[in-house]
Design a protein around this ligand. Sequence first.
Ligand code: TYM
Length: 335
Amino acid sequence: MRVVSGIKPTGNLHLGNYLGAVKQWVAMQDDVQAQGGETLYFIADLHGLTEFIAPSELAANTIEMTATLIAAGIDPARSTLFNQTRVPAHSELTWLLNNVARVGWLNRMTQFKDKAGKNREGASVGLYDYPVLMAADVLLYNATHVPVGEDQKQHLELARDIATKFNTDYGVDLFTLPEPLVSAAAPRIMSLRDASMKMSKSNPSEMSLVKLIDSDDVIADKFRKAKTDPDALPGTPEGLEGRTEARNLVTIFAALADRTPADVLAEYEGKGFGQFKPALADLAVSVLGPIRDRLVRLLDDRAEVGAILERGAAKARDFAAPILVGAQRAMGLQV
Ligand code: TYM
């Protein structure tokens, strides 16, 4: 097994990233390594460029996201932790794959449609090509499994299509088809203010997302003020049908507690949000508080975090080199 996944350095890690993806990354670190496999995790700083970000902010975010991953449990001694830019093979393979991916395939990508909105002509070429860079990110390491949130599944299906077409067109058996792994516990965490939108850094309200850097008081306050309905909780998950806000909070509770929603509802059946929200706030503080405390300590030595990225990149470059050369040779490029 070779597990590969990435995260954009857009400000702080939020609860959606954590429960949807990073918590799985940490769990896989132990499971995969027990089986002799590898885990590689990276900061997608090149993807960070697809929407304008001030250079100083991007640089700071890259260090902060790295520190957050370490605080959340990614161990750089066991997982290869790096940023894309330090492994130029990501960009090089993207160009090769650009000639395999079809415009029609990219036109179907819902993330591009959402992010470009009505102003498609004004979107950057990078935003459009985002999924091809993502395909390069995983194909470069022969990733077998890619733990992601639900919203990234379509991009990984595209990576499989690109790999298949490359292998067929060039008559090689070079690229492994990566399998997306979506957390059953938290496929999608929604905004705390409007559960029709996913929790995201681009949500308009600060109150809609819990950040891993938030203080205990802020975390508790955001859950206490989360939007809900006036009804009591049902005894089973089916009873949450049509109650999107309530379902989101139960999903978050269950994922934080490593329990199933059914189990949580069995305990809270008939209780109102006046009881459920304080319990959720306490649980969130008990899980996220220690991560934040480690993060704050790590941020005292940003140079060391940068050095960790460089050491990880040296390892990643070694993993990537033979596959990039394999792709170049398959296409007839002289290397
Ligand atoms: P990013 O930074 O937007 O998200 C990082 C991970 O968090 C998941 N996620 C969520 N899961 C559940 N609920 C949410 N509200 C939520 N918001 C975010 C995302 O699905 C993702 O797994 N394009 C990737 C970064 C990337 C990547 C890759 C991933 C670049 N190259 C190669 C895997 C393999 C992204 O969305 O990052």
